[in-house]
Ligand binder design. Structure first.
Ligand code: NAD
Length: 374
């Protein structure tokens, strides 16, 4: 069997803490399903600056394209906030994304039934919410030229430009993903106002003709923003361009109750980049309180989308749900004042549940009760 090689970039702040638990989960999945992995660590961000004077050191640059997938923690360190741009941790992250050419960002947002009460939305709106946001990541307003301020500084310009080819490739990612889910793509644009959105809509519709088994509908971005909170169950795969996706994916993240729960995958032609959506959280770094679930759920995405290993991916996701159903909570998702597990203890709990079935996972007290009922 092939040995999969994963470049692990723990990064800064809570990055190394949550990535240690992601590695533990990956190794547990490997043991359980007989899949050999080699995990090799490389510095990025402030850790890269400390190790090699560069937020994206040469050795890291070489390693990420060599491996089968890249697992990233988070970058960012307040001590470098005033540093020149080439030494900022975030420059390392942008350079990494550019090097990998990852144009499709996938962010699944599923509400865990056990955590419905941690969300700001009412429980009846949340049950069964399971949205996959597919965001175009390397085009649109954030990259378009010309850009900048005019000489006097009193006017500024950014350019929104997409080619049909850029739209087509990300649309295909969304339709393929929908085939593995509930077969529904909602494409979000502003075609009533923007020519770029008209091209977006036409192109997505054309790509959709290759996927007759997938239902396609279109929403304006303002309607989509409302529907995400009013009726989030209405979405299966939400496909959109870079800036709309940036905003809508953060709005969707609020549904689940903590930033520490959510994973992401960024895909291109080569190795994919897999990272939790949260940052380096310097306010809680080094205290064993960060929630590792976002990083562990990232491992599930790496297995499914990076390596094509659906069964171990589902086992990792099931282990997270089981741990939560059994009442395991880190501080960010615990009831105020209730006891909470540390980062490591939560990671160990989840790793121990990977590949364990629901019946195996019930504790001795519950097993006894069940036996008495039988
Ligand atoms: P953040 O995501 O790091 O933290 C926001 C809040 O959420 C903080 O209160 C933090 O304690 C909490 N939080 C985040 N992750 C958590 C977890 N796993 N468990 C429990 N609580 C968690 O965002 P920020 O504070 O705006 O940024 C901090 C640094 O991270 C900055 O340098 C920023 O540039 C960087 N950042 C990096 C990335 C990335 O690497 N992809 C993303 C966002 C921010």
């Amino acid at each position: 069997m092939k040995t999969y090689s994963i470049a692990v970039l723990p990064g800064d702040g809570i990055g190394p803490e949550v990535i240690a638990e992601a590695e533990r989960a990956l190794e547990a999945a490997g043991d359980r399903f007989g899949i050999p992995f080699t995990l090799q660590r490389f510095p990025i961000g402030a850790a890269g600056v400390a190790a090699a004077g560069d937020p994206f050191p040469e050795a890291t640059r070489a390693a990420v394209t060599r491996g089968d997938a890249v697992l990233l923690g988070a970058v960012g360190d307040p001590s470098l906030d005033q540093a020149p741009r080439h030494l900022r941790p975030e420059s390392g992250l942008l350079a990494l994304r550019a090097q990998l050419g990852v144009y499709a960002n996938l962010r699944p947002v599923a509400v865990f039934p056990a955590l419905v009460d941690r969300s700001p939305l009412k429980a009846d709106r949340l049950e069964g919410v399971d949205v996959l946001i597919v965001r175009e990541l390397t085009g649109g307003l954030y990259y378009g030229e010309p850009r900048g301020r005019d000489a006097g500084g009193a006017a500024a310009v950014n350019t929104l430009r997409y080619t049909a080819a850029e739209i087509k490739r990300v649309a295909r990612v969304a339709f393929e993903a929908a085939r593995q889910r509930r077969g529904h793509v909602t494409s979000v644009d502003k075609a009533n106002v923007l020519e770029v959105s008209q091209l977006w809509r036409e192109t997505v519709t054309r790509v959709g003709q290759d996927y007759p088994d997938v239902r396609l509908d279109h929403l304006y971005v303002d309607t989509a923003a409302m529907r995400l909170v009013a009726d989030p169950k209405a979405f299966d795969v939400l496909l959109t361009e870079n800036m709309f996706g940036d905003i809508l994916s953060d709005e969707a993240a609020v549904l689940v109750g903590s930033l520490g729960l959510l994973p992401s995958a960024s895909l291109g032609e080569g190795p994919g980049l897999f990272e939790p959506i949260h940052g380096s959280a310097p306010d809680i770094a080094g205290r064993d309180v960060a929630n590792p679930i976002g990083a562990i759920a990232t491992v599930a995405l790496l297995l499914r989308h990076g390596l094509g290993l659906a069964e171990p991916a589902a086992a990792v996701e099931r282990a997270i749900s089981l741990a939560l159903e059994q009442g395991a909570r880190t501080r960010d998702i615990a009831e105020p004042g209730a006891p909470a597990l540390g980062t490591r203890a939560m990671g160990e709990r989840i790793a121990g549940l990977i590949g364990v079935s629901h019946t195996e996972s019930v504790g001795p007290a519950e097993r006894n009760a069940k036996a008495q009922h039988a």
